[in-house]
Design a protein. Structure first.
Length: 183
C-alpha cells in the first residue's frame, strides 16, 4: 500500500514537472492578448521555462524616474516564483516595447536565480551582494539589460508571423497559438 502511494505521488510530481511553464497575466494594456503573445515570445527567446507567475502591468503608478520596474515577490507553495513588471503607460508604444524588452531581461535574471532581492536595499547578483541606491542603473544586472534591450526589442518587432504549430520552439508559444486558433 505504501509503495503504491509513493509511486502515485512520484508520478504526480513528474507530471507536474512536465506541465510546468510560466504563467502570464497582462493588465492595463489596450490589447492584452497581443501583449501576452509578445511576453511569451520574450520568454522563449530568453530561454525562460522556469515556474514563474509573471504579471505585466501598464500603469501610471510607477516610481519617479523609472520607465519600468521588475520585482520578485515570493515563491508560492506550488514552486512558482511571483514576478511583477510595471511599465509606464504614458510612454509611446516604441518606448514601451524597449522597456518591456529591458524588463524581460530582469525577469530572466530573477527566474534563473542570477538576481535575488534580499531586502528593499540589497540584491544578490551572481552570488555577490550589492546595495541598491539612487544609481541603480549602474548595477551589473542593469548593464546586462541595457546592453541587450534594444537588440531584443528590434528582433521582437521584426519577428516573422508564425502560422503553423510546427514552427514553435516552446510549449508556451504553442499554447498561445492554440488559444488564438480557438478564438
Amino acid at each position: 500500500m505504501k509503495l503504491t502511494a509513493i509511486l502515485l505521488l512520484s508520478l504526480l510530481c513528474y507530471f507536474q514537472f512536465l506541465m510546468a511553464q510560466p504563467i502570464v497575466k497582462i493588465g492595463g494594456h489596450e490589447d492584452p492578448f497581443a501583449m501576452e503573445k509578445e511576453v511569451y515570445w520574450y520568454l522563449n527567446q530568453l530561454g525562460i521555462q522556469e515556474n514563474i507567475h509573471l504579471t505585466v502591468i501598464f500603469t501610471s503608478i510607477i516610481p519617479k524616474g523609472f520607465d519600468g520596474l521588475t520585482v520578485s515577490r515570493k515563491i508560492l507553495g506550488n514552486g512558482y516564483q511571483v514576478l511583477m513588471v510595471r511599465i509606464n503607460k504614458a510612454l509611446v508604444e516604441r518606448q514601451q516595447q524597449k522597456v518591456l524588452a529591458h524588463e524581460m531581461i530582469h525577469v530572466k535574471q530573477y527566474a534563473k536565480g542570477e538576481l535575488k532581492l534580499l531586502k528593499s536595499n540589497t540584491v544578490v547578483w551572481l552570488g555577490k551582494k550589492h546595495r541598491l541606491s539612487k544609481i541603480h542603473h549602474r548595477g551589473p544586472w542593469e548593464k546586462e539589460a541595457y546592453r541587450n534591450d534594444h537588440v531584443l526589442a528590434v528582433q521582437q518587432r521584426q519577428k516573422p508571423d508564425i502560422t503553423t504549430l510546427a514552427s514553435f520552439k516552446s510549449k508556451a508559444d504553442s499554447l498561445v497559438y492554440m488559444r488564438e486558433v480557438q478564438h
